[in-house]
Ligand binder design. Structure first.
Ligand SMILES: CC(C)(COP(=O)(O)OP(=O)(O)OC[C@H]1O[C@@H](n2cnc3c(N)ncnc32)[C@H](O)[C@@H]1OP(=O)(O)O)[C@@H](O)C(=O)NCCC(=O)NCCS
Length: 184
């Protein structure tokens, strides 16, 4: 199988150039530039960056940096059963989950499947982790602005569903069992 031109690796300040990152949503640009390091340091999020594969290899070899073309952030999470009627109703205690804090793709490569690949990478990472620490679902909140409908259809095309249909238009989930079946 041929290699993709991109590589997703754990965020490394010394290797990932974030200065020019621009996805069209200011706070997501700001987050990777200004907040990612402290979020990682404080144990609030794990961050993974997508770069051009060759550029990253060259950067590693020469001690330079590769431009971030996309990123996502994940953290541990729990959901109150009352907030999640779509999930297993037998839960009494908070439902263990992974939370996709942020995902963004640089405008220069949007619309080419990179965002889908990044979400699939995040799902596969969660599936692997769930073999060691139980999690029932992956959840995220869809940003509600003018692009909400496009964004929602992006997540739905990957398999995410509303967690509280008719009441919560932001929060969507993918059950870990379905993630394992489709994306392992
Ligand atoms: C949403 C996003 C991550 C998708 O990445 P991508 O590489 O463009 O996605 P793909 O090429 O795999 O899939 C294309 C689909 O993504 C969605 N999408 C593409 N550009 C988008 C944008 N600027 N805003 C919202 N959704 C977008 C659409 O559903 C699109 O399908 P369509 O062309 O049929 O409408 C990317 O557009 C982005 O970073 N947007 C700005 C930041 C953002 O909205 N992050 C998510 C917050 S919840």
């Amino acid at each position: 199988m041929s290699e993709t031109p991109f590589l997703v690796t754990k965020f490394n300040k010394a290797l990932h150039e974030r200065g020019a990152f621009s996805c069209g949503v200011n706070d997501l640009d700001h987050w990777i530039k200004q907040s990612a390091s402290s979020m990682v340091k404080d144990g609030k999020a794990a961050v993974y960056c997508l770069t051009d594969r060759k550029q990253l290899k060259d950067a590693e070899a020469t001690g330079t940096k590769a431009s971030v073309l996309g990123y996502y952030a994940i953290c541990a999470h729990s959901i109150e059963p009352v907030d999640a009627p779509s999930l297993n109703k037998r839960f009494v205690h908070p439902i263990p989950a992974f939370y996709l804090t942020a995902i963004a793709v640089d405008a220069s490569v949007q619309g080419k499947g990179v965002g889908t690949d990044l979400v699939v990478d995040a799902i596969q990472r969660c599936v692997a982790l769930s073999e060691q620490i139980a999690a029932h679902a992956i959840v995220l909140d869809v940003r509600e602005d003018d692009d909400y409908a496009r964004r929602l259809s992006f997540y739905q095309s990957i398999g995410f569903e509303f967690i509280n249909p008719g009441h919560d238009t932001k929060r969507v989930f993918l059950k870990m069992a379905d993630a394992k079946a489709s994306f392992r």
